[in-house]
Design a protein around this ligand. Structure first.
Ligand code: NDP
Length: 280
């Protein structure tokens, strides 16, 4: 039976450490890390995420500024806010909550953010510099996954690692970050042939497809480390990951649950990026 990786606990540990560092930063240098969150429209899931981010900021002793804009806001209005925040010395991190309403191009909005303040790590400058290792900030969910592996003492170097999913926010940046840590990487997607043959090779298997319980027990190598990034809301309102937990946990050596695995790490790493931004 697999060891269950406790993302909730690790995330709280990280947040406590960040709180201590923030206090120290305030005492020694008079700097309070500040995060601005821009929310456009009334997407209910986004509302919940933004609330959680604000609460996490407050708990860490950060300054938190929130901009709530109606769904019919035009791009120019968002750009004006971002340009002001880029110049605001009390704000170190700027986060535009996605998804944005249809009339707004998310790429242009993300590109308007100063890369030093792009604490989501979505700016092309930061994504591009993932290749050279010089990004100001790495994407939060992939960073959270690395943090979990490290804190459980799971070796990455030389490991046969398979990622299911190639999105710009999870699969691709994660692949680069793991490559930097000397893993051997395979990225799978919807056109991958014989998916289970590929996943079965993985010593570390990371599922980030957004497809409920698609990774079954027979797709997993004995004693693999299985990281489930998926968050899927089922018809009955319950959350499911991309991994069929009950069968896979019998075969894996380590596994993350959903909820309580990767999810809580994303906010912790957002705080970490904001703290680091305050130090730039
Ligand atoms: P996207 O929809 O942007 O990307 C999904 C990727 O998975 C695509 O590359 C797609 O392939 C691939 N894929 C989908 N279905 C299959 C399949 N059956 N077989 C092989 N590959 C497949 O999703 P995200 O990366 O944004 O998110 C993935 C999941 O992670 C979601 O459940 C999301 O909610 C969750 N998530 C969780 C976070 C957290 O904090 N824990 C943060 C971000 C996301 P193709 O490119 O060919 O279409």
């Amino acid at each position: 039976m697999a060891i269950i990786i406790d993302g909730k606990k690790i995330s709280q540990d990280v947040r406590n450490e960040i709180k201590e560092k923030a206090l120290h930063l305030k005492e020694v240098r008079g700097i309070i890390p500040g995060l601005a969150v821009i929310l456009v429209g009334d997407d209910s899931a986004s509302e919940i995420y933004v609330k959680r981010k604000e609460n996490a900021c407050r708990e860490a002793g950060f300054l938190s500024k929130e901009f709530r804009l109606p769904a019919d806001t035009d791009e120019k209005e968002i750009f004006d806010i971002i340009y002001k925040l880029n110049r605001d010395e009390t704000i170190h991190g700027i986060l535009v909550q996605l998804p944005l309403p249809k009339q707004i191009n998310p790429e242009s909005v993300i590109e308007a953010v100063d890369p030093k303040k792009d604490v989501d790590g979505f700016h092309p400058y930061n994504l591009g510099h993932l290749f050279t290792g010089d990004a100001f900030h790495n994407s939060c969910t992939p960073s959270g996954i690395l943090e979990l592996l490290d804190r459980y003492g799971i070796e990455i170097k030389g490991k046969e690692t398979v990622i299911v999913g190639r999105s710009n926010i999870v699969g691709k940046p994660l692949a680069m970050m793991l490559l930097k840590r000397h893993a051997t990487i395979t990225i799978c997607h919807t056109r991958t042939k014989n998916l289970s043959e590929v996943t079965k090779r993985a010593e570390i298997l990371i599922a980030a497809a957004g497809s409920p319980e698609m990774i079954k027990g027979n797709m997993v190598r004995q004693d693999a480390v299985v990281i489930d990034v998926g968050i899927n809301r089922l018809g009955n309102g319950k959350l499911a990951g991309d991994v069929a937990f009950s069968e896979v946990s019998k075969k894996a050596s380590y596994i993350t649950p959903v909820p309580g695995g990767v999810g809580p790490m994303t906010i912790a790493m957002l705080l970490m990026n904001t703290l680091n931004a305050a130090l730039i």
